[in-house]
Design a protein around this ligand. Structure first.
Ligand code: AQP
Length: 326
């Protein structure tokens, strides 16, 4: 029997190439090895400003992009968090074994508190507890995530240990699986992590024209002022994108020619644009085909919710007995 693997993505905006490299691409690679359970975590998305009128559509769009990017619903469970209320039930119980001190040390909480100064809510603070519930509800042994989520998975292990110590062995301690390449994609500003909310991203469904508009002004090696200056690929964000999207020959050419000013940054960007287009085009095509089949994504999500709920109910029965309420 394959071992359970869980991961999630927030429907907070445009899913971008950072999400793809850090998470989705890895999920797809792991589909044959693990019993994959993937979730559009709409309750997590409530912790920041929330537009009620577009929420339903953003959830469906997030699912569509993931399927188009290779998350084959025949090979995994794909569902929406709010359709399985056991997530929030378990989160409450786990809240009671999670130290406040640990939550207050979470980097994401500190960063999001700065970004959303006018809305530092309790949900933002206990976000990692709901994430622990998402994972532990399916007794997942593996959680493929980008680098920014490692701290939360470490906390999930701590929460599982604390629960097991107090109530008896129920949960395994999950391991985080981080890709060798692409665990932290920087935004096109070359400074902050590529983020939905920072507007420094290339969206997975963007057209070649839109992608070029973003790549053309993207920050490269800032010491390279003129075309004739040699560049340093090791500190160039564009080179790291090449390592994620280009073939070996292109990567080697860029590495060699940038260092001797054999190519300029515009040449390098054009090569990257070709590589990106080769990856993104089939994803865009599959997403359009899904859009042209009304109700298809909703049907996949309905089926996924039924499968997830059956499993979640089994774990919650065990949890309720362990804590003595049944
Ligand atoms: N820049 C990134 N590089 C590599 N991996 C990334 N992930 C996110 N950004 C990068 C990974 O994508 C998965 C799903 O992310 P999410 O939507 O749940 O989390 P997020 O961090 O909120 O995404 P954003 O894009 O950064 O959104 P905002 O702007 O709302 O903060 C996770 O596995 C994450 O590691």
């Amino acid at each position: 029997m394959k071992s359970p693997l869980f991961s999630g993505i927030q429907p907070t905006g445009t899913i971008h190439i950072g999400n793809y490299c850090g998470a989705i691409r890895n999920w797809v690679r792991l589909l044959d090895t693990y019993d994959g359970i993937f979730c559009i975590v709409d309750y997590h998305a409530l912790t920041v400003a929330h537009d009620v009128s577009t929420t339903r559509q953003r959830v469906v769009d997030a699912a569509r992009v993931n399927i188009a990017a290779g998350l084959d619903p025949e090979k995994c469970v794909l569902f929406v968090q709010s359709r399985v209320p056991e997530h929030t039930e378990l989160a409450w119980i786990l809240n009671t074994v999670t130290p406040m001190g640990d939550l207050s040390r979470m980097t994401q909480f500190k960063e999001k508190s700065k970004q959303h100064e006018d809305n530092i809510n309790a949900g933002l603070f206990s976000y990692p507890v709901l994430q622990a519930a998402d994972i532990l509800l399916y007794k997942a042994g593996a959680v493929p995530v980008g680098e920014d989520q490692i701290q939360h998975i470490e906390l999930t292990r701590e929460v599982a240990r604390k629960f097991n110590a107090r109530f008896g062995e129920v949960f395994p301690e999950p391991a985080h699986l981080v890709p060798k390449e692409g665990a932290r994609i920087l935004g096109l500003d070359g400074k902050a992590k590529m983020s939905k909310s920072l507007g420094n991203y290339v969206g997975l469904l963007e057209s070649p024209e839109e992608t070029w508009k973003k790549l053309a002004p993207a920050v490269t090696d800032e010491n390279r002022k003129r075309r004739s200056d040699p560049g340093n690929p090791e500190i160039c964000n564009l080179y790291s994108l090449h390592r994620n999207f280009s073939d070996d020959e292109t990567i080697a050419t860029v590495d060699r020619e940038c260092r001797v000013a054999g190519i300029g940054c515009v040449d390098c960007k054009k090569m990257l644009h070709r590589s990106l287009s080769a990856t993104l085009e089939p994803i865009r095509e599959r997403a359009s085909a899904l859009e042209a089949t009304p109700g298809k994504v909703e049907e996949i999500l309905d089926h996924g919710a039924k499968q997830a709920k059956a499993r979640a109910e089994r774990t919650m029965e065990e949890v309720r007995r362990a804590i003595g309420v049944r």
